[in-house]
Design a binder for this molecule. Structure first.
Ligand code: GTP
Ligand code: MG
Length: 601
């Protein structure tokens, strides 16, 4: 189920905490390191103050210096030592943040991929590839950036600000109050900024995903673009999407640019306050020169957090928008899963398939695709399904491996409702060659062995022979080791279909489902395939969708699907006698008008 962000079981912080399990100690240590590092920064003005007050100013400075030279050099050595220590801490600290964030990124990305892999068809219908890719890349990187940079900066700002404030009060409370008084103004500005920028980041993230989707769909559909010479159109379309993204990006940045002058003014006011108030206090002898130097040297510890806060919030909002998208997938659950009381059936299925009054409607559709479908395919039988395009053939066979669930009725395999079977056991016993052939960028051998990686080379060749593919594969320079391009680029339609058939056969399925698998294959090759299919060396029920009579006429049963209903059912001869849709099809495809003749085709 796809969740809205309100229903996430964990908050964003808890979610990150969950995903740094095993590294929480390192993360906490890194945060402590940040605090220590920033506190140590404050020792520099402390030592400066000591040196200025005791050795560089005052009437007896020169004599004091002569008498306590050793102390002076100890103070200098302390400053150098602490500087080196800070360098070491900051190095280890950055390493720790990087390590934790990279591990979390790796872990979440794997988890997301696993989630996506286990999703059902509803999910794939809902999410577009480009959008999912954005979640796996850009969005996840925003999450990583939050762990590595935003958290560090937040701690840095707060520890610097707090430590500097405490130190300021310790030195001179009047001066400290005057400086800290600016903080509420800054918080007000930044809070208003946050309210304005949050929706901008959500929008920006959407635009980014849209642009990625446009690019991804275009690249994978490049052949269609070329075929219709639509390059210019596509370039313009992408340009629009790119412009949209760039403009939203600019608008988001502008929000901060509008706020920045106010924050900058506040930060720049600090030295003025120091000059004015500090100068007065100095003249009244309520402040020493060393304190003045320390205030001045530490002013950045108040000004920098002020300046950084906006930037941090900006990044945090970017993280927040991205995390919503990532968590949506992270906590999503497929609807089609193993039933709690799923039957364990490790043995081979005999391959009986039965539809009992099955009706089916896609979730987002208004009308049912299939209505009251009932038929049986006994073990070893061949059932052919025919019908006009769009009548529901593919939808029907998708119910057998439980890609979708019927809205009414039952689909049974070996007498057991498929919803009660373990998905893995059910699906591994089905060999399916889908209508839209998809091959992976791998060798032909790897593609055929996809469902059974332990298959021997001999068997790969055997199944390629069954599919009438061995001949053309052997003729290729690299034979079975030929690498096919993405989605099978480099092969003809018929060649792809035959490899896809070999892949379906290679799992030695109990149920073989072929969806228009030989439509692009010539008649002679198809005959060869038909023969092989009838002589398979393992028991197998075949459900074959086809448009050609030559493919279906030897089937034990032919079902004619019209408007989602079975209008005719029987053997080739029975249906010819019936004189309905099938008989018309035979006339059309054979050119014969007298179907009483003995040999029709
Ligand atoms: P051909 O393969 O062209 O011969 O058609 P078919 O008989 O295999 O039809 P299919 O089962 O693919 O589609 C039947 C009907 O369901 C059509 O009207 C489609 O528009 C519709 N349909 C198919 N897939 C989906 C889907 O994922 N969602 C929705 N809402 N409708 C779908
Ligand atoms: Mg179809």
């Amino acid at each position: 189920m796809i969740m809205s962000k309100k229903h996430f079981p964990r908050t964003k912080i808890q979610w990150i905490w969950d995903n740094i399990a095993g590294l929480r100690g390192v993360f906490i240590l890194a945060m402590v390191g940040t605090v220590v590092y920033n506190f140590l920064q404050l020792t520099v003005p402390f030592f400066s103050q000591q040196i200025v007050d005791r050795f560089l100013t005052g009437d007896d400075a020169a004599t004091h210096f002569q008498a306590n030279k050793k102390e002076f050099y100890i103070l200098i050595a302390c400053m150098v030592g602490i500087t080196l220590l800070r360098a070491l801490i900051v190095y280890l600290d950055c390493m720790a943040y990087e390590h934790v964030s990279q591990r979390a990124l790796y872990r979440v990305r794997n988890h997301l991929f696993e989630k996506i892999e286990h999703q059902d068809m509803h999910f794939y219908n809902e999410y577009r590839t480009g959008d999912l890719m954005t979640r796996l890349t850009g969005d996840l990187d925003a999450v990583r950036h939050n762990i590595a940079w935003v958290v560090r900066m937040i701690i840095e700002c707060f520890s610097l600000f707090t430590a500097a404030s405490v130190y300021f009060f310790y030195m001179n409370w009047k001066m400290a109050i005057c400086i800290i008084a600016l903080a509420p103004v800054i918080f007000l500005i930044v809070f208003t900024f946050r309210r304005k920028v949050a929706p901008m980041h959500a929008l920006l993230r959407e635009k980014h995903a849209q642009m990625n989707t446009a690019a991804q769909e275009n690249i994978s559909g490049n052949r269609v673009v070329k075929a219709f010479s639509r390059e210019d159109y596509e370039i313009d379309k992408f340009d629009e999407s790119n412009k949209d993204y760039a403009e939203t990006n600019k608008k988001t940045r502008l929000v901060w640019i509008k706020f920045f002058p106010f924050v900058e003014t506040c930060a720049n006011l600090l030295p003025v306050i120091l000059l004015w108030i500090g100068g007065t206090l100095l003249m009244k002898d309520e402040m020493t020169m060393g304190e003045y130097v320390a205030f001045s040297g530490l002013m950045w510890a108040i000004a920098n957090p002020m300046r950084l806060l906006g930037n941090i919030l900006n990044e945090f909002q970017r993280f927040s928008a991205a995390a919503d998208k990532v968590m949506e997938i992270y906590y999503s659950e497929p609807k089609i899963v193993d039933a709690e009381d799923a039957i364990d059936h490790p043995e081979r299925f005999t391959g009986k398939v039965e539809f009992k009054n099955v009706s089916f409607q896609y979730e987002d559709a208004d009308l049912p695709v299939l209505t009251d479908i009932s038929f049986v395919a006994n073990p070893g039988e061949t059932v052919a399904i025919m019908g006009e395009t769009g009548c529901g053939k593919t939808s029907l066979i998708q119910l057998i491996p439980r890609f979708y669930e019927p809205t009414h009725g039952q689909v049974l395999v070996d007498g057991m409702d498929v919803s009660k079977l373990k998905l893995k056991q059910l699906r591994t016993s089905i060999g399916m060659a889908t209508q839209d052939v998809l091959l992976y960028s791998d060798t032909i051998d790897g593609n055929i062995a996809y469902g059974d990686t332990n298959i021997t080379k001999e068997n790969v060749i055997k199944f390629a022979r069954y599919s009438a593919a061995d001949e053309f594969i052997s003729k290729m320079p690299e034979g079975y080791e030929t690498i096919v391009g993405e989605r099978g680029v480099g092969l003809s339609g018929g060649q792809k279909q035959r490899i896809s058939l070999a892949r379906a056969l290679a799992v030695r399925p109990s149920i073989l489902i072929l969806d228009d698998t030989t439509s692009a294959v010539d008649m002679e090759t198809e005959k060869q395939i038909q023969k092989s299919l009838s002589e398979l060396d393992f028991p197998c029920t075949k459900i074959i969708i086809a448009q050609r009579i030559s493919t279906t006429k030897k089937a034990d049963r032919i079902l004619i699907l019209q408007d989602g209903k079975i209008s005719e059912s029987g053997t080739h001869d029975e249906l010819i006698k019936k004189g309905g849709y099938y008989a018309e099809l035979v006339k059309l495809q054979t050119g014969q008008t007298d179907l009483t003749a003995k040999e029709v085709i």
